[in-house]
Design a binder for this molecule. Structure first.
Ligand SMILES: Cc1cc2nc3c(=O)[nH]c(=O)nc-3n(C[C@H](O)[C@H](O)[C@H](O)COP(=O)(O)OP(=O)(O)OC[C@H]3O[C@@H](n4cnc5c(N)ncnc54)[C@H](O)[C@@H]3O)c2cc1C
Length: 377
């Protein structure tokens, strides 16, 4: 999105990706609320399944349903769609791994250390945008600390699974509690027999496989009455990675350098896309105005903060609270909300449902209060 918006803004733009020929990204679900707020229109060409909302599940299996439209996307097709959009916007694509960078005469020179294109050893650019995900190697090498709380990256393991009919369910399931400390375990139906199961854990190191194994057991037990032979559920493939859900962006601009998306601690597919769009348009303006200094590029940070800072700030505070809640507190919270009609029809209602979902996921204490109030009502 940064490349597309820089090109649309009039800058000559090259997008470098080391895996261009076989992109293998992790994010494959979106909520309509976040997508529309980010200017992302979900297209049929990559849509796998439209879902009716999310179910929040507590450790003992209490559940609360929140109708908030969501999508399971075909990530390969999604990437192809945006690559083709980039090309039609004038972005040149280059398969190469970016290595170190240095500044020279108001430009930044990036070396391409794993050469795949014989003609490309170095690229000289007025601005380099680092959108390389949580590793953010280019920015780190340039001396930027792009995340304020990198220790709070949620480490994740997600599996593609198969079982007859499992993908036909209409609600995402988000489990909260000690099965995935610090954040969540997920079940995302992808249509037909396919789905994904994942754990996102903070504060327990990068090896989250033991949490995944336990969650798999919990999940099978929970679904046993609904599906025959759930024990035989097949795991087709596994992805691992880190999600910077609540690390908060740190230094995201320097002279002729900008950082966006996961690399900048701007977690989430839709919000990351919006951040990239802001970043690219500020980059184009700066290049055209001939001022690529840190001071000029700070406008990106200001615009991003105006749209997103408080959401990320509150999200972090809430997930910190969640990680301190006991399983029985979480059970009480979810029990309080289960069976309550949180919304009715209409677009305001949809927003309210989405907000309720987000509150529940990211501000559990507030949701606990809400649950108590609902019970009183
Ligand atoms: C298992 C898992 C599941 C997730 N699921 C979801 C989800 O369903 N929905 C959601 O909203 N969020 C999800 N997230 C979070 C989400 O993936 C990230 O917040 C966000 O998508 C990051 O996008 P990005 O483009 O910034 O980085 P990435 O998706 O990591 O992309 C970085 C790109 O940079 C390239 N690259 C890296 N280093 C170099 C280099 N040196 N030179 C050249 N190219 C380089 C890579 O090849 C890659 O294409 C998930 C995270 C994980 C770990």
């Amino acid at each position: 999105m940064a490349a597309i918006s820089a090109a649309k803004g009039g800058a000559e733009t090259i997008m470098v990706d080391r895996d261009l020929a076989g992109l293998d990204h992790t994010a494959n679900t979106l909520f309509e609320g976040m997508a529309s707020a980010s200017g992302v229109k979900v297209e049929d060409c990559y849509l796998k399944k439209e879902l009716d909302g999310m179910s929040i599940l507590s450790p003992s299996g209490q559940s609360a349903c929140i109708p908030a439209k969501g999508y399971f996307i075909d990530r390969k097709r999604f990437d192809e769609h945006y690559l083709s959009l980039a090309q039609s916007s004038g972005v040149a694509l280059l398969a190469a791994a970016a290595g170190k960078s240095r500044t020279e005469d108001g430009s930044r020179i990036v070396s391409l250390n794993e050469k795949m294109d014989a003609s490309a050893d170095e690229i000289e650019a007025r601005i380099v945008v680092d959108a390389s995900g949580i590793s953010s190697g280019l920015s780190r090498q340039a001396g930027l600390v792009t995340m304020r709380h990198p220790e709070d990256i949620a480490w994740a393991m997600e599996a593609d699974i198969e079982h007859p009919g499992l993908g036909e369910e209409m609600f995402f399931q988000y489990w909260i509690g000690s099965m995935a400390p610090g954040w969540k375990a997920t079940f995302s139906p992808a249509g037909g027999d396919r789905a994904t199961l994942g754990v996102f854990v903070r504060g327990h190191g990068g090896n989250v496989q033991p949490y995944f194994r336990n969650f798999l057991k919990l999940f099978k037990a929970y679904k046993a009455s609904q599906y025959r032979d759930i024990e035989k559920l097949k795991i087709l493939s596994v992805r691992r990675g880190g999600d910077p859900i609540c690390v908060l962006p740190g230094e995201i601009v320097a002279d002729s350098l900008m950082v966006t998306g996961g690399a900048a601690g701007q977690s989430g597919l839709a919000y990351g896309m919006r951040a990239g769009t802001i970043c690219g348009s500020v980059a184009a303006e700066a290049v055209l105005a001939g001022d690529v200094s840190r001071r000029a590029l700070c406008r990106y940070e200001q615009l991003w903060k105006r749209e997103f800072y408080w959401q990320y700030r509150m999200g972090r505070a809430s997930l910190q609270t969640l990680s301190k809640m006991t399983d029985s507190e979480i059970d009480r919270l979810v029990r309080g909300l289960s069976g309550k009609r949180l919304i009715s029809e209409g677009s305001f209602a949809k927003k309210a449902a989405y907000a309720a979902g987000m509150v529940l996921l990211t501000r559990p204490r507030t949701a606990l209060d809400l649950a108590v109030n609902l019970m009183r009502g």
